[in-house]
Ligand binder design. Structure first.
Ligand SMILES: Cc1ncc(COP(=O)(O)O)c(C=O)c1O
Length: 408
């Protein structure tokens, strides 16, 4: 049974509009179930945690329940490994402050030049304390991050490799498990930005074998919030970023400065409930949340491949168009975040010509500044990005193709 789009779209009230929405890598539409959970929390348990009275206890239980669900969703071994925070950018900044305190001058960090700046600036700023940055660039012909190039950068002083699971421009999936194996063999840690991956495929942090993994929930059908996974042994060892008297083993609290946004954390139950309902609706019974998530994301991947191939097939045969990324919709190698440029054309001008047709696409560098610089695309204002997710339809893609026929 293929993905039932009527079932899917009924869960997203925001999609009831004349617009075809293709800016999902910017931020997805939100599940009604997420909004309901947030409202439920705000209207019945909005109080300070840690008190003995019933409403405070209820609030704590709700956040614990949601955190456990997120842990199961991403395959974390322990609930304490799930750190909630305002954004991926903030989570990585705090992680860099903590990790930075354990480093000494001359230690090295490898930073991928395909990453969004959230996984770049926090590490570059450690240069102020004598940390040496080594850059890992993609192959400009294939857009791939080559493992051989990583091997050449890894050394006895490497402490960390910061890399994306999937570029928010190229849409290409990096072989994180294999990268992690090599990083660990060199005695270093790996920090993965999963923001552009998590909306499309199930994240399984243990299978990936990584140390730190971050994603933004507002791109995974949820609220403006972010999840940082850290291996428990690392989180215990690293200095916290919360009040000085928070115990070293008080996880995840020592990495959650201030009162975290409890209602948004609770809202994440709306996502896990959706994945479970979706697996069930498609007659893919699952005996656990993890299994339901596997089934749901497998359905997403199959549908996403169809819609991606419709657009990629069109772009491949169009004269003067360069696809920036993998040109074929192979679900093991890419997600339906598709970027292109047109010869002699400014990307802004193309997008502005599409806007009046009520089709939401976007142009720019998407804060992957190094990648756009390395590809020499600043002068044409970056790429045109069409970023789709499982709720997009072939009809929507066909609407876009009809407009592209006029515009390109
Ligand atoms: C790949 C990637 N990483 C990180 C971020 C930053 O996320 P946040 O807004 O949660 O800081 C984005 C936002 O667009 C992104 O696309």
């Amino acid at each position: 049974m293929s993905l039932d789009l009527d079932f899917v779209r009924a869960h997203f009230p925001g999609l009831k509009s004349p617009w075809a929405f293709f800016d999902n890598a910017g931020g997805s539409h939100v599940l009604a179930g997420v909004a309901h959970r947030i409202q439920e929390f705000l209207l019945s348990s909005p109080v300070q945690h840690g008190a003995s009275y019933a409403m405070s206890q209820l609030g704590m239980q709700r956040v614990a329940e949601a955190t456990a669900a997120v842990a199961a969703l991403i395959g974390a071994a322990h609930r304490e490994e799930v750190v909630m925070g305002p954004s991926t950018t903030a989570q990585l900044r705090w992680l860099s402050i903590s990790l930075g305190r354990t480093l000494v001058p001359g230690d090295e960090i490898i930073v991928s030049r395909t990453d969004h700046d959230a996984n770049v600036s926090p590490w570059l700023d450690l240069q102020r304390q004598g940390i040496v940055i080594r850059y890992w660039s993609c192959n400009p012909d294939t857009y791939r991050l080559e493992l051989a190039d990583l091997e050449a950068l890894l050394g006895s002083r490497t402490r960390l490799v910061a890399v994306t699971h999937c570029s928010n421009i190229l849409g290409m999936i990096n072989p994180i498990r294999e990268i992690a194996r090599r990083v660990h063999a060199a005695g270093a840690l790996i920090c993965v930005d999963g923001v552009a991956f998590a909306p499309h495929r199930r994240v399984d942090v243990q299978a990936l074998g990584i140390d730190f993994y971050v994603f933004s929930t507002y791109k995974v059908y949820g609220p403006h919030y972010a999840v940082l996974y850290g291996k428990r042994a690392h989180l215990r060892r690293l200095p916290g970023v919360n009040h000085r008297f928070i115990a070293e083993d008080d996880l995840p609290y020592k990495f959650q400065p201030g009162n975290v946004n409890f209602e948004l954390a609770y809202g994440m139950l709306g996502l896990t409930e959706y994945l479970q309902a979706l697996a069930e609706h498609h007659q893919r019974p699952a005996d656990s949340l993890a299994a339901a998530a596997e089934e749901a994301f497998a359905l997403f991947a199959a549908h996403e491949t169809q819609i991606a191939e419709r657009l990629l097939g069109y772009l491949r045969q169009k004269a003067g168009i360069r696809i920036i990324g993998e040109p074929v919709a192979d679900p093991a190698r890419r997600v339906p975040t598709i970027a292109f440029v047109a010869q002699g054309r400014n990307s802004r001008e193309i997008v502005e010509a599409i806007d009046p047709h009520q089709i939401a696409v976007r142009y720019g560098d998407f804060y992957a500044k190094f990648l756009i610089e390395d590809l020499g695309l600043q002068a044409q204002e970056g790429v045109v990005r069409v970023s789709m997710v499982h709720y997009n339809t072939l009809d929507e893609v066909d609407r876009l193709l009809a407009v592209l026929d006029q515009v390109l």
